[in-house]
Design a protein around this ligand. Structure first.
Ligand code: UD1
Length: 397
């Protein structure tokens, strides 16, 4: 048995339990959207009085310069203390690899708790390992539900929330979702949106869109002076892994681009599939600039300066709401309903007519203005650190 932490748990006031309470908060990141959520949390743990020691584990789910390293730099994230280097694979293999490699790390470091963010495979994998070893798990961004079980992220969310010990939510509707699934209200704390903490901190340093385009060999004069440009991101398996769905979306984007130039930041999954399905000819290079995955400051600048954003990303739905930029979400559902109810987001799905109508509305000046939701104020991570300190108990850590 390699499990040195099996017997202890954070509520255990025995000597073994107290030893655990003095361990670090073991913070897990794996994929791109995790990094902007974790950066403010690590800062808040360090700034808390007294400081809460933390250890950063990168599972290596994302590993490219563009998908990982550049974001660490942009966000001022410390180098990971541990890199599990799992890389890409099927869901089963990737999840299993994270679990196998995370277990000895957990045994070696006796953390006070494991802190996971979001809904990626690494989130669930590390949660499962920790919970079965009796190590408390804290989930940041809990309770979001698309109610679409075909999304891998939805499975990760539901399962993580069922077994994690402390759940921090970004919007009040998340509590109702959790209660519906039988989660006890005492486990849930409304803390706000840590992704927006990063946005608030870095907005002043966002790179102007014209600079980013120039850096990729695109003449900024290319942007239609009257209407500006639109930003596009697509990477959901339901949109890009199916040839017919991707073809249909690229056709609509082509039509949108005839009235508004588009800047398309391509996820590797999407780039591979456009090539694999032979769809490259649907991209009109005169009206659509294809860029590789962007750094955080570049993406922030591209969104901030845009006329509209077309996306299937969860993070961009939130960021456009915080920036006040109209967003059309190319999905049938969202796990972030507040962005549509209060923010600038409109769900248009994949129906070409609905997408074109949404674009026409925004270009006609009738796009949603929205407001910034409660606790999307740049202080969510501070609220989490303060609560965590209380929750871990007087001996912590
Ligand atoms: C993952 C998350 C998704 C998140 C997205 C953000 C899950 C289930 N999905 O999806 O919720 O919105 O990250 O990007 O965890 N690849 C590279 N370089 C990398 C990483 C991936 O080229 O650094 C390529 C590989 O071909 C890989 C593919 O992208 O097979 C998909 O990567 P994967 O991590 O499996 O899922 P994402 O689609 O990125």
């Amino acid at each position: 048995m390699s499990g040195t932490t099996t017997e202890a748990n954070a509520f255990d006031r025995s000597p073994a339990g107290n030893a655990r309470l003095r361990g670090p908060v073991m913070c897990v990141v794996g994929a791109r959207p995790n990094f902007m959520k974790m950066a403010p949390i690590l800062r808040a743990l360090a700034a808390h009085q007294p400081p809460l020691p933390a250890l950063l584990v990168h599972t290596g789910q994302h590993y490219d310069q563009g998908m990982s390293h550049q974001l660490f730099e942009d966000l001022g994230l410390q180098r990971p203390d541990l890199d599990l280097e799992v890389g890409s694979a099927s869901h089963a293999v990737q999840t299993a690899d994270v679990m196998r490699r995370f277990e000895p790390a957990l045994d070696a470091h006796l953390p006070a708790c494991v802190l996971v963010v979001g809904d990626v495979n690494s989130t669930l994998a590390c949660t499962l390992v920790a919970v079965k070893k009796g190590v408390p798990v804290v989930h940041v961004e809990a309770g979001l539900r698309s109610y679409d079980r075909k999304m891998p992220e939805e499975i990760n969310r539901v399962l993580t929330d069922q077994i994690a010990d402390r759940l921090y939510t970004t919007e009040r509707s998340a509590l109702a979702n959790l209660l519906r699934e039988g989660v006890a209200a005492e486990r849930v704390v409304f803390a706000g949106n840590v992704m927006i903490d990063s946005l608030v901190a870095h907005r002043p340093n966002a790179r102007p869109a014209a600079d980013t385009l120039r850096a990729h060999g695109v003449d900024p004069a290319w942007l239609d002076a009257a209407k500006g440009y639109g930003v596009v991101t697509l990477h959901r398996p339901s949109n890009v892994d199916d040839a017919a769905a991707l073809r249909s979306l690229l056709n609509v984007l082509r039509e949108v681009a005839s009235s508004l130039p588009l800047v398309f930041a391509l996820h590797p999954r999407t780039r591979n599939n456009i090539e694999r399905f032979g769809l490259s000819s649907l991209i009109d290079p005169r009206r659509m600039a294809l860029l590789p995955p962007q750094g955080y400051l570049e993406m922030l600048g591209l969104m901030r300066d845009a006329t509209l954003v077309l996306t299937d990303s969860g993070g961009l739905q939130e960021e456009t709401t915080a920036l006040g930029v109209p967003c059309l979400t190319l999905r049938e559902n969202t796990e972030r309903p507040i962005t549509a109810e209060q923010g600038t987001n409109t769900l248009v799905g994949r129906d070409p007519q609905a997408i074109l109508a949404g674009v026409a509305e925004i270009l006609g000046g009738a796009g949603k203005r929205g407001r910034v939701p409660e606790f999307w104020d740049g202080r969510a991570a501070d609220r989490i650190a303060a609560d965590l300190w209380q929750w871990l108990g007087p001996g912590a850590p």
